[in-house]
Ligand binder design. Structure first.
Ligand code: C2O
Ligand code: CU
Ligand code: CU
Length: 460
């Protein structure tokens, strides 16, 4: 579809501090709703959202607070809620069929846990996620640091990518064969907080903390802020030593990046935030400077976050597991195991699967584990992407330290929960398997996961 014009100025999420404050749990109801995604020239889009909104109701806690949410299913299909990036007890992980039964229409499930880390996280459906997340079932989950860096304003951008028809309705072709075997469901309407081509008012001299959360089924972003020089202060919710990236800021599907941006543009000017990940670049949003500057020099206070308290893996005693990602279009996969049986790709594809991890096709939540370790063991994963597509590889219940890419140590080893592994790339991550349970490890291109790119990490 072709869309023009610029939507209204509404990219600040309302502040809701609902969970854990009192005895009453936060009411979270996945249900149908209507949201004007594309702008006033188009009709509203029928979505599925938490409490009917997109993004879902923002959840903010301070570090140490308990999240207590009663999820009541207002959809006509089963669902469950996953708290992406939170190191929580296995029974609260929200993976239907693995950590809990699906929540049937009209039924409820109560999630309570205390997030151990401050940072930028999100929550989303984990039942037929390729459709439920694709229709809008996601929301921000922010755990505030006790002493955050001083800023003038904090913004959260949940970025998404919709595949809409000309009447702005969602194209109902979820998880089709092409999306499964290629780059996933890449849409035609990228939004920030449910708005296409938004314009965000800023002031010259203002210091903003921007939390970016990529809730797309499949789209990765490579963002540039034109003449602005943002500093990255956290990746996937975990602090990094602040730095100004030389190239674009990559936010893979499911990934998060926290930035500090000093707004250095002239009053009344416009600055674009541009995506360059794919062949065609586009403006994701624009900043519009107000007439009155806030101050004429950037503040000189520290922007660093306190270090995270995730246990460091011991690389001397770590067990190493090689994980080969294979399959998909142009992937050259010949055969793999489905349901414990070797089959050639044609037989596998006939059942809707096209990907394999170490020659095994994931076709159900409970499977023999890919990695089996004792609690407390350090684990090193060498993830080798032998396919023609990027894969954001997400491990539930843990953060992994990204150590190297193609054998070259990264600038600073840092925690990730959904590292993007580019085609023909090999990354090395390590973590302490300190959280007991069976945990999903899967590609967060949701069409890839349902087409076989997943596995279990079992910790006893
Ligand atoms: Cu963000 Cu398996 O999930
Ligand atoms: Cu997750
Ligand atoms: Cu993938």
């Amino acid at each position: 579809m072709q869309v023009g014009g610029i939507a209204a100025l509404h990219t600040v999420l309302p502040r809701v501090l609902a969970a854990g404050d009192s005895a009453a749990p936060l009411q979270l109801t996945p249900k149908p709703g209507e949201v004007n995604l594309v702008g006033p020239d188009f009709p509203a889009t029928e979505v599925w959202g938490y409490n009917g909104q997109v993004p879902g109701v923002p959840i903010r806690l301070t570090h140490g607070q308990t999240l207590d949410a009663l999820v009541t299913n207002g959809l006509e299909v089963p669902t469950a809620v996953h708290w992406h990036g939170i190191r929580l007890p296995n029974a609260m992980d929200g993976v239907a069929g693995l950590t809990q039964p699906p929540i049937k229409p009209g039924d409820s499930f109560r999630y309570t846990f205390t997030p151990p880390d401050a940072g930028t996280f999100w929550y989303h459906s984990h039942v037929n996620a390729y459709e439920q997340v694709g229709r809008g079932l996601y929301g921000p989950l922010i755990i505030e640091e006790a002493a955050p860096p001083k800023v003038d304003r904090e913004l959260t951008w949940m970025i998404d990518d919709w595949r809409l028809l000309d009447d702005a309705s969602i194209k109902n072709d979820f998880s089709n064969g092409h999306d499964r075997s290629h780059a996933g469901r890449i849409g035609n309407v990228p939004t920030v907080n449910g708005r296409f081509r938004d314009v965000i008012e800023v002031q010259t001299g203002e210091r903003i903390r921007l939390r970016i959360i990529n809730a797309s089924n499949a789209r990765n972003f490579a963002l540039t802020f034109t003449d602005l020089e943002p500093s990255i202060i956290a990746i996937d919710g975990q602090p990094v030593t602040p730095y100004k990236p030389e190239a674009e800021i990559i936010v893979g599907a499911a990934g998060r990046v926290d930035l500090i941006i000093d707004m250095t543009g002239e009053p009344e000017s416009l600055t674009s935030v541009i995506d360059n990940f794919y062949r065609q670049s586009f403006d994701l949003v624009k900043f519009a400077y107000q007439k009155a500057p806030l101050r004429d020099q950037a503040p000189d206070t520290s922007i660093a976050l306190a270090q995270s308290s995730i246990p460091e893996p011991d690389l001397n005693t770590a067990t190493t597991h090689n994980v080969v990602l294979a399959g998909g279009a142009m992937g050259g996969l010949q055969q793999a195991k489905l349901n414990g049986e070797w089959m050639d790709l044609r037989q596998i594809a006939r059942q809707g699967y096209v990907w394999a991890m170490n020659d095994i096709v994931a076709n159900k939540p409970t499977m023999p584990p890919l990695v089996e370790v004792k609690q407390g063991q350090s684990v090193r994963l060498v993830i080798d992407n032998q396919t023609a597509f990027p894969h954001p590889m997400h491990l539930h219940g843990h953060h992994m330290k990204l150590l190297s890419i193609d054998g070259n140590p990264v600038r600073e080893a840092h925690w990730v929960d959904s590292p993007l592994v580019m085609p023909r790339q090999r990354i090395e991550v390590a973590f302490v398997a300190d959280n007991p349970g069976d945990w999903l490890f899967h590609c967060h291109v949701l069409e890839h996961h349902v087409a076989g790119l997943g596995a279990l990490v079992s910790i006893t």
